[in-house]
Structure formats: structure tokens, C-alpha cells
Design a protein around this ligand. Structure first.
Ligand code: NAP
Length: 483
């Protein structure tokens, strides 16, 4: 059991060595709750990335030939090491990311769960034999690791988003060059510390911090990298897709979302409100309700969310992750001028039911906010909201609810509440989303596939499907058998 500072590294990990940027440049890491620096990390670029890729490629030669049982053991040990240090890792995560300590602990627990899941899956990478159309030949299908994986991750889940990539990559026998978000690099560098502790060979996991453009450019253009896995915004995802096209890399993209949360008139309202508060005030997006008394409930429930961050014991609610996101939150209080695909100007004005202003805790905190009278012309109907804001739209019919929910280029997650089983199937089948929660607001688990439809992404993470993108399928024809 270490302390959070035992896991804070101010160097990048390349070929098993903790090193500075070539030019000695650094980036500050800011605690979003206080605005103060908690340290620096190297500002690396193309050259360091090239060396990390070469190290990963060299390590791949031997690591890809380890047995599944050996890799499963490494991953099991990694999962145990994460849990043994859950408190320290959670504190590190909260200090750089700002989410409440309990949520950070939950995220670190999810990281351990993903790694354990892929430890188990490593031993189940089965191939096939296929009935041959030729009497003297036999057909086999084998699966092999794709090679060096470039992994780029966002600020909002700085630990678990890497777990979903490192886990399947190592289970398959791939090696990794990872680049976390510049706002939250320490949780990623901590993976390097843990990997060393459990004896994962040098070069198998390399971790870079620094210029996104330079590191991303090298990862997507270097022919030694065979796969890019990215979690982040749709805009950056599209750029990486373009860049990776030149060397035809495999890609997995976990991109933006704008999750609708539908409450039908036959819903169990208490359950729906509890689900909405739990799900939406972690990563809130859109609510729609056919129930007139829905609006009277969230106010009293959100009042129980405690926006305090007096380290270390009472960290229990999130400050803004940055000034930029905080101002984006306050601007969602009114219709914004920029619309997705419409020439219409925003009409009407949302009404604040509860919250709606900066929290007395300080200008880096914002109150959990519920807005009534939202409509489809307003930006939060289409755009991602990073803040504790729940705009509520009213709908009259099931068709309208589904149309409203699908009226976005995103397709990550959708939730709805109904007690009618027919409606449960009808609506879930029509929702154009990769994840659907029916009467449940918290549905993420390592055993189920996570991944979006439409512009929310390509590929799946977690579950038995999460390994597919790290494996090449090879057809082997054995001829001349003289049968
Ligand atoms: P972002 O701005 O797209 O950044 C994500 C990562 O991409 C960061 O490491 C960033 O590095 C890097 N990046 C930025 N520009 C780049 C470039 N030109 N080339 C290569 N890399 C580049 O997203 P974010 O604001 O950190 O994260 C929030 C987004 O992630 C949201 O859209 C959210 O929906 C999405 N997300 C999706 C899922 C999912 O599972 N689908 C899960 C979590 C988050 P720097 O930090 O150095 O700029």
C-alpha cells in the first residue's frame, strides 16, 4: 500500500527507462480543484515517440511468443497490484482529474476488473477448423496479435480508458505505446510503475506525455504501429482515422456521446429519478420525460449531492475539470448560437429548476443543475455537455421520444424507463445506440461490450468482443495430405 505520490512519475517510460523529453521541456499538471500545479511531466514529441515505437516493436518479437498462460498471469498480477494500491491510485486520479474520491476509487476498481477480465480472456483466444471442400487439404483459422498498438486516451477516465486498451493488447500478445491526455498524465504513468512492479518486460508498455499533434502524428504514420486505439472526441478521432489511413492501420475509436435518458409515462418514477441522478450527474447529457411530475423530483435529489473537496476525507463531488469546461457549463444555461446541422436559430429559453450557478465552494465548482423547457433547437440537444447539467425535454408519444433520442450524429449510450415489456423491446430495438439501459442508469461492466454507433465510434471494448480488434485472423490451408 503506497501513497499517491509513490505513483507520481515526472518522466516518460520508453524501453523500460524513465526519461525526460529530449529538449528537457515539461508540461504542468494542474489540480482542477485548486488551480495549483501538482507537478510536471515531459513535453515529448516525434523523436521520443519513434524510440518508444521501436522499443515496443523489439519487445513484440519475444512478448508475442509468450504463452497465453504466462500473459494471463502477468495480467492477474497487474490487477491484484491495482487493487492493492486502490486508495493511492484513486487519490492520484482525483488530484489530477478532480472527480470525487469515491468515483476515482470506483474507476480504479473498474481498471482492475478490466485487467482481470482480459487475463481470463487471454486463455480463450480460440481458432477454428473449417470443413474442407478438398479431400486432400485441411483448413485452419488461427489468431495472432496485430503488433504494436498506439493508444491515446482522454481526461475524463484517465485510468480505466487505458485498462480497456492495455488489457486486451497484452492478453493478445501485443505491445503498447500509450499517450494520455495532457491534463491527466499521472494515472497513465502509474500504469508504468505497476507494470514494473509485477515484472511485465521492458518495452511491452511505453508511456509518453507531451505534444498530442507530434505523438499522435508519429503513432498514426509509423509503419511499425499496426493498430490505433483512441478514446476521445469525435473531432480528434476523425483526424486520427485520416492519418492512420495512409498506412492502413486497424483502428478502434471510442468517441463522443450525448446520451438521451427517456422516462415514459408508465415508468417507476422513483427508480427513474434515482437512475437519472446517478447516471447523469456523473456524465450528464439529455433527459426527456413524458411525466409531468418528473420535474418536481430531481431538485430534492440533487440537493443531496455534496460539492465539497477538502482533501482528503470529504472529497465527494467534482470540481470543473478545467476553466474551459467550467465556462462551457455556464454557457449551457441558455440556448447557444452554434447548432449541429440546422440553419435555425435557438428558440426559447430553458428554465432553471435547481442549481444553475457556480457553487459557493468556489469558482471551479458548479451546482448540479436541472433545466426545464429544453427544446431541440438548443445546443445541448446535440452537443456533449461536460458538466452537472440535465436539460429536460418533454415528449408526447413513443415515436417522438425515439425520434428525439436518435436526432444526433452520436450513438454511444441511451437509457429509458418503462414498465411495459412491449415498449421495452420496441424502443430498445429502434434506438441507434451501442449501449442501452432499460430501467438502469449504470450499465458499464467489463463483461459487456462498450462501443458506439454512428459517429460515436468503431469497435468494441471490454467483453469477449474487446479482444477481436487486437487479433489478426489467419487462414492456413494444409495441402498435399494424400488423403
Ligand atoms: P480529446 O480532446 O479528443 O483528447 C483525447 C486525447 O486525444 C488526449 O490524449 C489528447 O491529447 C489527444 N489529442 C488531441 N489532439 C490530438 C491530435 N491532433 N493528435 C493526436 N492526439 C490528440 O478528448 P478529451 O476532451 O480529452 O476527452 C473527452 C472526449 O472523450 C469526449 O468527447 C468524450 O465523449 C470522449 N470519451 C468517449 C468515451 C467512449 O468510451 N466512447 C469514453 C470517455 C470519453 P492532449 O490532452 O495532449 O490534447
Amino acid at each position: 500500500m503506497g501513497s499517491w505520490s509513490d505513483f507520481r512519475r515526472d518522466r516518460i517510460l520508453v524501453a523500460g527507462q524513465w526519461v525526460s523529453a529530449d529538449n528537457g521541456g515539461v508540461l504542468d499538471v494542474i489540480d482542477p480543484a485548486t488551480g495549483e500545479s501538482i507537478g510536471t511531466v515531459p513535453n515529448a514529441g516525434v523523436a521520443e515517440t519513434g524510440r518508444a515505437i521501436e522499443a515496443a516493436s523489439a519487445a513484440f518479437e519475444t512478448f508475442s511468443r509468450t504463452t497465453a498462460a504466462e500473459r494471463a498471469k502477468m495480467l492477474r498480477d497487474l490487477s491484484t497490484a491495482i487493487l492493492d494500491n486502490q486508495d493511492a491510485l484513486a487519490e492520484l486520479l482525483t488530484r489530477e482529474q478532480g472527480k470525487p474520491l469515491a468515483e476515482a476509487k470506483g474507476e480504479v476498481g473498474m481498471s482492475a476488473a478490466y485487467i482481470l477480465w482480459f487475463a481470463e480472456e487471454a486463455r480463450r483466444v480460440y481458432g477454428d477448423t473449417i470443413p474442407s471442400p478438398w479431400g486432400d487439404r485441411r483448413i485452419m483459422v488461427t489468431k495472432s496479435p496485430v503488433g504494436v498498438v498506439g493508444a491515446i486516451t482522454p481526461w475524463n477516465f484517465p485510468s480505466s480508458m487505458l485498462a480497456r486498451k492495455i488489457g486486451p493488447a497484452l492478453a493478445a500478445g501485443c505491445t503498447v505505446v500509450a499517450k494520455p491526455a495532457s491534463q491527466t498524465p499521472y494515472s497513465a504513468l502509474a500504469w508504468g510503475v505497476l507494470a514494473e512492479q509485477v515484472g511485465i518486460p521492458a518495452g511491452v508498455i511505453n508511456i509518453l506525455t507531451g505534444s498530442a499533434r507530434e505523438i499522435g502524428g508519429e503513432l498514426t504514420s509509423n509503419p511499425l504501429v499496426r493498430k490505433i486505439t483512441f478514446t476521445g472526441s469525435t473531432g480528434v478521432g476523425k483526424l486520427l482515422l485520416k492519418q492512420a489511413a495512409a498506412t492502413v492501420k486497424k483502428v478502434s475509436m471510442e468517441l463522443g456521446g450525448n446520451a438521451p435518458f427517456l422516462i415514459f409515462d408508465d415508468a417507476d418514477l422513483d427508480r427513474a429519478v434515482a437512475g437519472a441522478v446517478a447516471a447523469k450527474f456523473r456524465m450528464p447529457d439529455r433527459h426527456a420525460s413524458a411525466q409531468t411530475d418528473f420535474m418536481s423530483r430531481p431538485g430534492s435529489t440533487t440537493a443531496s449531492l455534496k460539492p465539497s473537496r477538502t482533501p482528503p476525507k470529504s472529497w465527494s463531488s467534482a470540481p470543473g475539470s478545467s476553466k474551459v469546461q467550467l465556462s462551457a457549463r455556464s454557457s449551457t444555461m441558455q440556448p447557444l448560437p452554434r447548432l449541429r446541422n440546422s440553419s435555425a436559430t435557438p428558440s426559447g429559453k430553458a428554465r432553471v429548476v435547481t442549481g444553475g450557478k457556480r457553487h459557493p465552494k468556489g469558482d471551479r465548482f458548479y451546482e448540479a443543475t436541472v433545466l426545464a423547457d429544453a427544446n431541440a433547437t438548443m445546443n445541448f440537444a446535440h452537443d456533449e455537455i461536460f458538466g452537472p447539467i440535465a436539460p429536460v425535454f418533454k415528449f408526447e408519444t413513443e415515436d417522438e421520444a425515439v425520434r428525439l433520442a436518435n436526432d444526433t450524429e452520436f450513438g454511444l449510450a441511451a437509457y429509458f424507463y418503462t414498465q411495459d415489456p412491449g415498449r421495452a423491446f420496441r424502443v430498445s430495438e429502434r434506438l441507434q445506440y451501442g449501449l442501452v439501459g432499460i430501467n438502469e442508469g449504470m450499465i458499464t461492466t467489463e463483461v459487456a461490450p462498450f462501443g458506439g454507433f454512428k459517429e460515436s465510434g468503431v469497435g468494441k471494448e471490454g467483453s469477449k468482443y474487446g479482444l477481436d480488434d487486437y487479433l489478426d485472423v489467419k487462414y492456413v490451408c494444409v495441402g498435399g495430405l494424400g488423403l
